[in-house]
Design a binder for this molecule. Structure first.
Ligand code: SAM
Length: 328
């Protein structure tokens, strides 16, 4: 079909996934990254940043529900929430389903992501940015944390992969800043990549979180468009008791908060998500042991992009530059 392209995800150095772009809706170099939004018959509207799939309208509910409702259902009365990244508004949408939340700030570095989300997949943010409780800040997440005197019950890090502007959101400095901005008993949750494809990403973040918090509890969700197996989210807190919430109490809280119509999160899925397969459990256990023994090194230190990821990023640029010239 004329104008049809296949757009490749170039995250992994030795394999790629290509998606048919029945129509390319937006393709820009923003101040921070390369943004491409296109239509695909299977996935709906797809957003890629620097050649990495961020969101599809077909399955975004999975990641957004698990990133928001797992920590917020564990908290008795979450009132003040911070979302870092998440410019598409999907996590903020789920956060504001909790009636106790008085104010939720979304700190996103790239205004263009927010604008293009509203233009090309408005069903994801819906009307969330009109909610008087929503507070949108366009800034780098670490800079915002270093500048704010506010304290939060929950910080949710909906970052992209540890490349480009998002690299800093996977560092020790950043997670230490998150800890400083949490109220006592508060919870931090961050996206943590694909354990099967990048165990060192999970290990690095778990080491840092284990060196900063009493409890670290990674959990998994099955996100179809994050190609490469189960996707990890990592939760950290000093409120150990809060983690011991069973499915019965979760169901009671969901009912009391009148949160209906969820398509992935359920009390059983919530508790089951913390059951890790043996190969992932081993990575997490080793990381926590290493941290307790003093190895608190993170996956990425500021400015040090892992070579393979840098190669993937330049490959993405080259690939997209070559688009239409029969190179893909
Ligand atoms: N679910 C996706 C994933 O796991 O790959 C992430 C989706 S969300 C769109 C990622 C957002 O983080 C993007 O909008 C990006 O612009 C934003 N972001 C990247 N670096 C950032 C930073 N340093 N501070 C704040 N937001 C950042």
């Amino acid at each position: 079909m004329a104008g049809e392209r296949w757009i490749e995800e170039t995250l992994h150095p030795h394999w790629r996934v290509a998606l048919r772009a029945s129509e390319v809706l937006c393709e820009v170099e923003t101040d921070h990254q390369r943004l491409v939004i296109f239509a695909n018959p299977t996935w709906g509207t797809v957003m890629m940043l620097d050649g990495i799939c961020q969101l599809t309208t077909a399955d975004e509910f999975i990641y957004h529900e698990m990133l928001a409702h797992v920590p917020l259902m564990l908290l008795e009365e979450p009132r003040r929430v911070l979302v870092i990244g998440g410019g598409d508004g999907g996590v903020l949408r789920e956060v504001l389903k909790h009636p106790s939340v008085a104010k939720a700030t979304m700190c996103e570095i790239d205004r263009t992501v927010v604008d293009m989300a509203l233009r090309y997949f408005p069903e994801v943010p819906g009307k969330v940015f009109d909610d008087p409780r929503a507070d949108v800040v366009i800034a780098d997440g670490l800079a915002y944390l270093d500048a704010t005197s506010e304290r939060f019950d929950c910080i949710i890090v909906d970052s992209s992969e540890p490349v480009g502007p998002s690299a800093v959101l996977h560092t020790r400095d950043f997670f230490a800043a998150c800890k400083r901005a949490l109220k006592s008993g508060g919870m931090l949750v961050t996206q943590n990549g694909l354990p099967f494809m990048a165990p060192d990403h999970l290990a690095g973040t778990t080491r840092v979180l284990a060196s900063l918090f009493k409890r670290v509890a990674p959990y998994l969700c099955a996100q179809p468009c994050y190609f490469g197996g189960p996707f990890a989210l990592n939760l950290a807190t000093n409120a150990e008791a809060a983690l011991a919430v069973n499915a019965k109490l979760l169901a009671k809280r969901q009912k009391k908060r009148a949160i209906a119509g969820l398509r992935y999160w359920t009390p059983a899925v919530h508790t089951g998500a913390f059951a890790l397969p043996a190969y992932t459990e081993a990575v997490v256990t080793d990381a926590i042991t290493a941290a307790r023994a003093g190895d608190t090194s993170g996956y990425l230190e500021p400015g040090a992009e892992k070579p393979k990821l840098a190669k993937a990023k330049s490959a993405a640029r080259k690939a997209l530059k070559g688009a239409g010239k029969g190179s893909m």
